[in-house]
Ligand binder design. Structure first.
Ligand code: FES
Length: 314
């Protein structure tokens, strides 16, 4: 099933305010004063927009409270339409359907130092983490790449803050700066990063392994098996053949199985299931390859199988 009523809320858009060039901050509140579920740094929610668009946005946890959720949205003229609707057509007072917060990008509870890396609008979860880490007293340094001061969300709060390095377009170029940052990190430092795919790809190939945690909101596109494979649902014993070119999610939904999903693009994490046996091929951008290996789970909306059979904990 699509996320049920108990997993969604109707919230009123109570404020839209300027954050930085092309970035607006949206505040959402319950109508009846009810208490919102708490938000942890790194969490996101799904916004259900008109025309059936469902988009994921990071919650700026340091600005959220029991009566208010806040997300930052950059207008992407070349995007798939969600940010254009929010910037061009959303109006204060409108009701929007919103999922409960989910966090696939949580801070670990270790006491090792943290290096935070943000590119562009990727600052929204990273800023929340920065504030949370500062509050907890854990050692942290934030590196934030942006086109200019004018484009940098929270520029005023960050420009003179210790433990923050702002990187604007420079002669050496952002890529060489990123390598220099990584080269200077003490060995035990954990790295959390959100930003453009090129930046995150570069980080993932830099050998940080388990110390790297990334969040992507861009779909990689579903992975389709070339041949059919079967999926067995461990709790019911039901078995289904997934034909080439079809997703596990679609086959299960057509068969009437009760499975959760939201974005259907591998970015929200709603359809994650535990893999008990078999070898999934991951098509989501929710987790890194290392995290997939550790978690033994898969997103059934976009992932496939390298083995003839998958046994899933459904
Ligand atoms: S439904 Fe969003 S990741 Fe599968």
């Amino acid at each position: 099933m699509e996320l049920s009523d108990s997993q969604r809320m109707n919230l009123r858009l109570t404020a839209m305010r300027y954050g930085a060039r092309d970035i607006l901050l949206y505040e959402l509140e319950p109508l009846d004063g009810s208490v919102l579920p708490p938000v942890t740094a790194g969490a996101h929610l799904d916004l259900h927009l008109p025309d059936g668009l469902i988009r994921q946005y990071s919650l700026i946890s340091s600005l959220c409270d029991a009566q208010r959720y806040v997300v930052g949205v950059k207008r992407d003229a070349e995007g798939r339409g969600g940010s254009r609707w929010l910037h061009d057509q959303a109006r204060v007072g409108q009701m929007l359907e919103v999922s409960l917060p989910r966090n696939h990008f949580p801070l670990s509870s270790a006491q090792t130092p943290v290096c935070l890396i943000a590119g562009g609008i990727g600052i929204t979860p990273i800023y929340s983490m920065f504030k949370a880490l500062q509050q907890s007293g854990r050692a942290v340094h934030l590196h934030y790449w942006s086109r200019s001061a004018e484009h940098a969300l929270f520029h005023r709060e960050l420009e003179n803050a210790p433990d923050v390095t702002l990187h604007f377009a420079s002669a050496s170029g952002p890529q060489s700066d990123l390598q220099a940052v990584l080269a200077g990190l003490p060995g035990e430092t954990e790295v959390y990063a959100c930003g453009p795919s090129t930046m995150l790809d570069q980080l993932e190939s830099s050998g940080l392994g388990e110390r790297l945690h990334v969040e992507r909101f861009v779909s990689a596109g579903p992975v389709m098996a070339e041949g059919a494979f079967s999926v067995v649902l461990a709790r019911s014993g039901h078995e289904y053949v997934i034909p080439p070119g079809e997703t596990i999610l679609n086959v299960l939904l057509e068969a009437g199985e009760d499975v959760l999903y939201s974005c259907e693009q591998g970015v929200c994490g709603a359809c994650e299931v535990t893999v008990l046996e078999g070898e999934p091929v991951h098509g989501d951008t929710v987790y890194s390859a290392d995290e997939h290996t550790r978690r033994r789970s898969m997103m059934i909306c976009c992932s496939s199988s390298a083995s003839p059979r998958l046994l899933l904990d459904i």
